[in-house]
Design a binder for this molecule. Structure first.
Ligand code: ADP
Length: 499
């Protein structure tokens, strides 16, 4: 019986499985070191499709019993991958395996942050290691050589793709994973100048980064065949000397697919909600207007509350639908010459009441005598200004101050909105422009918000060729900045092809 020596032993294992699964709904199996399933329970069979006697493809460290706990992708009998967490118990030669399935989306999304942190840590570690490799010196050569070999083996076995370019722009190191992804052989590219890499099609989008001077870490998503990778380009320095560029990349295809599925779902939900929420608005409007008869004061108060709450929902739905348009670049069809000053005044006017209720002091500073017009989508720019101003008002306590400044910075108009509000916690600054993100301190404040405003605004600004950033100190205040290119001078439109 599949490698089991006695009937007694078999019964003991069966009891163990029953014992385990009776108090915890867990998929359990007993598997031999060669991967043959010896015993299972129903949950396991339902989850994986494997039955007694089947050969399952478990990772080798599970089959050897080398680990006690492991998360991995289990290939089901139908060849689908499901992420599972396995708990191991080695019993003689065989392994008793408890498996919990984590729904794919949940697991990936939950682990995303952890993974990113790990990747950053990994990046830092790797950078250190690469610097060590570069630091090879004349003295103590033997020790350095050993150290170097150890480091090289770490780099080789890294799960991320990695290569380095020295300060003469020649490829210095490339690991196995990078060879595989970029579809090149070490021998054909080590020592080659980066411009020679252009002949390898997977390097096409990478070379422009390598040819520049990288001052700070830069990131770029690059599609290679059917997969999406996130490439990080890091400068390598020893004191003030530039040693070259370190490139590390990871496959994020799955995360992208899940993000897309999530976005599609949000859009679909928003589309579906549009009609019923408009109907609610219409019905409540009739009720409040007395079209269906007189209503009492408490009834009116209640209907009024419902009307306003529904309005908020409609504006959220509108935002979610705008998001879709912006992401799919369907937005900027109407580009006009605009006075940014005028748009700001318009938005301020719409917030007059709230500003008065909170007794916030608002001042607008026009820093240059003449602020040139911008070429922009009026609706888009209004969304940006409304979001920034709405946040500044919302996250500033009563009697606070807001300063708006309009300036010119080279060929761009620079707008800043500074408030004396609650600020953004240091450890959450990195997430501020992410979709649906709201910081802890605003959640505690019980303010309304959806966390899409800034994400949307940054997208709009960048689509106009501008930039958006902020400075903030918790409990002191925040300043959001953005730039939009000034309309081109007439002479700039006249190029060679004009004649
Ligand atoms: P929300 O609808 O929550 O305001 P946004 O995308 O506009 O969504 O902003 C995202 C988050 O950024 C906010 O929830 C808040 O945590 C933070 N934030 C934005 N502007 C400010 C500000 N002026 N002061 C403090 N926190 C801010």
């Amino acid at each position: 019986m599949f490698g089991l020596t006695t009937k007694n032993e078999y019964n003991r294992l069966k009891r163990k499985i029953e014992e385990l699964s009776s108090f915890f709904p867990i998929a359990v199996c007993v598997v031999s070191p060669s991967g043959i399933i010896i015993e299972t329970n129903n949950i396991f069979e339902e989850l994986t499709g494997y039955k007694k006697g089947d050969l399952a493809s478990f990772p080798s460290d599970i089959l050897s019993g080398a680990v006690k706990e492991k998360e991995f992708e289990l290939k089901t009998k139908e060849k689908a991958d499901i992420p599972v967490k396995a708990f191991l118990h080695k019993k003689d030669k065989n392994i008793v395996l408890g498996i919990m399935s984590v729904s794919e989306a949940e697991s990936v999304l939950k682990n995303l942050e952890k993974k990113t942190e790990e990747k950053i840590r990994e990046l830092k570690e790797t950078k250190k290691i690469i610097l060590e490799i570069f630091k090879e010196t004349e003295k103590n050569k033997e020790k350095v050589k050993n150290e170097r070999e150890k480091n090289i083996s770490v780099v080789e076995n890294l799960k991320s793709g990695l290569f380095c370019v020295d300060n003469k722009k020649r490829i210095y190191i490339i690991n196995q994973e990078a060879e595989k992804i970029m579809e090149v052989q070490k021998e054909e590219i080590i020592g080659e100048h980066i411009f020679k890499l252009n002949k390898f099609k997977n390097f096409k989008e990478v070379v422009p980064f390598l040819s520049r001077e990288i001052i700070e870490k830069e990131e770029k998503e690059i599609r290679i065949k059917e997969r999406v990778f996130i490439f990080s380009f890091l400068p390598m320095k020893k004191q003030e000397n530039r040693l070259g560029i370190l490139v590390i990349f990871n496959d994020i295809t799955k995360e992208k697919a899940i993000e897309k599925a999530k976005n599609d779902f949000v859009t679909l939900a928003a589309h579906q909600l549009r009609t019923p929420s408009a109907a609610v608005k219409w019905a409540l409007g009739m009720l409040l207007a007395g079209d269906v008869g007189e209503i009492s004061k408490p009834q009116r108060e209640l209907a009024d509350k419902a009307y306003r709450a529904n309005d908020k929902m409609i504006s959220l739905i509108k935002n979610l639908l705008n998001l879709e348009k912006i992401e799919n670049k369907k937005y900027f069809s109407r580009v006009l010459l605009l006075s940014i000053e005028k748009v700001i005044k318009e938005v301020l006017d719409e917030y007059k009441e709230e500003i008065a209720i909170k007794k916030i002091e608002i001042r607008v500073f026009i820093e240059k005598k003449e602020i040139p017009n911008i070429m922009a989508d009026p609706e888009g720019i209004k969304i940006v200004i409304t979001n920034i101003l709405d946040n500044a008002i919302k996250y500033t306590l009563p009697k606070g101050k807001i300063r708006i400044s309009i300036d010119v910075d080279g060929k761009k108009v620079l707008i800043s909105v500074r408030d004396t509000g609650i600020g953004i916690p240091e450890n959450q600054k990195i997430k501020i422009f992410k979709r649906f993100f709201r910081a802890d301190n605003v959640l505690k404040m019980d303010t309304e918000g959806s966390g899409v405003g800034l994400y949307m605004s940054k997208n709009i600004v960048e689509a106009h060729g501008g930039e958006m950033w902020f400075e903030s100190k918790e409990k002191k205040g925040t300043c959001f900045y953005f730039t939009i290119p000034i309309k081109k001078m007439f002479s700039e439109y006249i190029t060679e092809d004009f004649y």
